[in-house]
Structure formats: C-alpha cells, structure tokens
Design a binder for this molecule. Structure first.
Ligand code: ZN
Length: 175
C-alpha cells in the first residue's frame, strides 16, 4: 500500500507526465501533386501551431493556378493531423496525405464550378482541403474522415478524395 508521501509523489509525477505528453510535437506528412512540393515535419509543438511551419503550409496550400496564398485556418491542419493519426494507429506508419486543393481564389473557384466547386466554397476562406492518402483507397479514407469530421465532409468516390472544412457540420456524397 502507498504511504501518503508516496501518493503525493505519484500525483506529482502524473502531473509532470501529463503536460510532457501534451507537449509532444505533431508531425504532418503532405504532398501537393500539382506543384510537386511537400511538407514533412512538426506543424504543432503540442501547445500551439509552430509559426514557421504554418507559413510553409500556407504556401503549400496556395492557389497554384494563380500563385496566391492566404492564411489557412489552423483547424484544417488539426483535422488533417487527426486523420493521419487514424492511419498511424490502424496501420502503424505515417502515410503521406495528397493535398489536391487548399486555398482557391474567386477566379479559380469560378473556373472549377463546372467540376462541382460550390459558389461560396470554404476553399475561398482558407477553411477547406481536398485530400487523399497515398497507398489507401477511398473506403478507408471515407471512414476515417467521418471519424474526424467537425465541419463539412464531402466524399468523392470516383475521384478518390474527400473534402474537409471547418464550416458548419454537413455531409455530402459525389460519385
Ligand atoms: Zn473541396
């Protein structure tokens, strides 16, 4: 049985252990198939997003058609990290996420309207991402995306990607 002194020491150790665990950095492994650029490293130090990583990610998520970037909602990176963690837990390794679309200018969004881009897309606000996962299909991706969904989720079966955003919770399917 623990003495009171040991119990106090154990609680202190637990307290010390808690924040130490929370401070573990969070890595993202991303690839932009349009530009050939990638990001592989910590984006969050466990307490907050890392400013230099966010700047790099904002550029990776730019409208590549126009070469224009904007600040991406860090909630988008948080969702992608959670999504990636599902693969880490289930498959034991960190997969690369393909970033098909991040920020879109109005001009690019208009050009993509025939392909199904929404008029007031969250891509225009830097609050959305279209993502697929290298080496995995749409079925497992759709499952994991539903598990991490907090805002909008669009599942594009034929194109093999999902749309995730930080807007209100919605769900839609496209063939
Ligand atoms: Zn989208």
């Amino acid at each position: 049985m623990l003495t009171r002194r040991e119990l106090v020491a154990a609680s202190a150790a637990a307290l010390a252990f808690g924040p130490a665990r929370a401070a573990e950095s969070r890595r993202l492994k991303l690839y932009n198939p349009h530009t050939g650029e990638s990001f592989d490293g910590p984006w969050h130090d466990g307490a907050q997003p890392i400013p230099s990583a966010r700047a790099e990610l904002n550029w990776l998520f730019r409208d590549h058609r126009e070469g224009i970037s904007r600040t991406i909602d860090p909630g988008v990176f948080a969702i992608l990290w959670e999504l990636q963690q599902h693969y880490v837990v289930a498959r034991g390794h960190t997969p690369t996420l393909n970033i098909h679309s991040g920020y879109r200018t109005h001009a690019t969004n208009e050009a993509l309207r025939p392909e199904g881009a929404a008029l007031n897309s969250y891509h225009l606000r830097g609050q959305a991402v279209d993502v697929s996962v290298q080496g995995y299909g749409i079925h497992i991706l759709a499952n994991f995306a539903q598990a991490v969904q907090s805002g909008g989720l669009g599942i594009y079966w034929r194109s093999d990607f999902v749309h995730l955003d930080t807007g209100p919770k919605r769900l839609w399917y496209r063939r």
